[in-house]
Design a protein around this ligand. Structure first.
Ligand code: NAD
Length: 377
């Protein structure tokens, strides 16, 4: 552990964000790693404080510190923003979304021993935000132009979303997935597309994947799958897979499916990674109906903290924190309602209390030697 404090941006977010952010912050600090948190705002609170859902100060703070821990953010409907989260990823070119899906003893699930990593392309596809609203003059013009070039009819009352997928971004994300597999001793990368139907977008992604895979041949196995079939296979035999690399939209859907395989959104962590900036966040959203109730599960955010600690090379602290989480989950005593056998179980504890139980474990086991700690890169 280094003596100098790490300077890290902390975005408390909204809805349940501040509660899970506080729980994660306390647990990370309990490992003994020195962190100088710089609080920055995004979402509703930023709108109230600065009149902007995503203030430039927040982006500047992340750019300066290079690392952020971000709690979920509500995107107000009709704000003009598709999503503040997507805007952060685009503004900082955090092109790789890494979402490990790992089973923990004590968490209810249909499966045991799941250990998958989803690598989702984060910068383009249908998330590029290029959409044309039904009925607008530009949409009608676009429809005419498309019909002229393709000789295919589009209903005049259609809305249009554009799905750009580039060779550059496809190669970059597949390379990231193979590098990840190599670094963390993973055996196989599966590329997931719908290339049989979307030949020029998903087809391009697949072609890029095949080209990158050649460079790793003999070292890391490579496999191709269609996203519909992959959804079935993940439900039937999830243990057959290792690292999955996908375009943005499929990556989003499949990572929620994989969160379901390990017991739900409450325990699924994530990281958004660029060339020199990384933002760590839970897969789940701001669950506004639970805001301020001290009720939701802080594990996903705490495990995002494990990914963060590994990323800043505080591996011992990361192991210690993950080990403490594992113990609390396995005991099943000081856990939130979603981890109890029934949601109204009177023995469920609150967000704060679950974090305190994890901290108690950290303090009780100062030097844990765990294997296979969660990694983001
Ligand atoms: P959500 O993930 O916020 O909540 C869906 C349901 O999952 C909740 O009602 C709850 O039952 C459960 N859940 C989520 N987190 C939990 C936790 N930590 N512990 C226990 N149960 C938990 O998804 P949503 O309702 O679709 O979205 C709400 C808001 O969050 C929207 O504004 C959306 O845009 C935003 N969102 C933000 C992010 C992000 O910040 N990265 C991600 C997804 C959604």
């Amino acid at each position: 552990m280094r003596n100098m404090a790490h300077r890290i941006t902390l975005i408390p977010g909204d809805g349940i964000g501040p509660e899970v952010a506080d729980a994660a912050k306390r647990c990370i600090e309990a490992t003994g790693v020195k962190i100088d948190w710089e609080i920055a705002y995004a979402g509703e609170e930023a709108k109230n404080k600065f009149g902007d859902l995503l203030p430039q100060e927040t982006l500047n703070s992340i750019k300066k510190n290079k690392i952020a821990l971000k709690a979920p953010i509500t995107t107000p409907i009709g704000s003009g923003f598709r999503s503040v989260n997507v805007a952060i990823r685009h503004a900082l070119d955090l092109y790789a979304c890494v979402r490990p899906a790992k089973s923990y003893i004590g968490v209810k699930s249909y499966y045991k021993d799941i250990d998958l990593v989803i690598v989702r392309e984060n910068s383009e596809d249908l998330y590029a935000g290029i959409e044309f609203e039904e009925g607008k003059p530009e949409t009608k013009n676009l429809i005419k132009e498309i019909e002229k070039y393709t000789k295919k009819n589009i209903r005049p009352d259609s809305g249009i979303s554009i799905k750009p997928i580039s060779k550059f971004a496809s190669e970059r994300i597949v390379e990231f997935a193979f590098q990840y597999a190599q670094k963390f001793n993973r055996k196989k990368v599966t590329v997931v597309t719908k290339a049989n139907i979307m030949k020029f977008t998903d087809g391009l992604f697949l072609k890029a994947a095949r080209e990158v895979a050649v460079r790793y041949s003999g070292k890391i196995a490579f496999e191709e799958a269609l996203v519909d079939n992959m959804s079935m296979q993940l439900v039937q035999k999830p243990h057959n897979f290792d690292v999955l690399v996908l375009p943005n939209l499929y990556g989003d859907i499949i990572s929620d499916l994989c969160a379901g395989l390990i017991g739900g959104l409450g325990i699924a962590p994530g990281a958004n990674i660029g060339d020199d900036i990384a933002v760590f966040e839970a897969v789940h959203g701001s669950a506004p109906k639970y805001k301020g109730l001290n009720k939701v599960n802080p594990t996903a955010m705490i495990l995002s903290g494990v990914l963060l600690l590994n990323h800043i090379k505080e591996e011992k602290a990361a192991e210690k924190l993950e080990e403490a989480v594992k113990e609390v989950l396995a005991e099943g005593k000081s856990v939130t309602y979603d981890l109890k056998p029934a949601p109204n179980d009177p023995t469920a504890v609150g967000t704060k209390e679950m974090a305190s139980a994890i901290i108690k474990k950290i303090k009780g086991h100062p030097s844990t030697q765990s294997k296979g700690c969660l990694q983001a890169k």
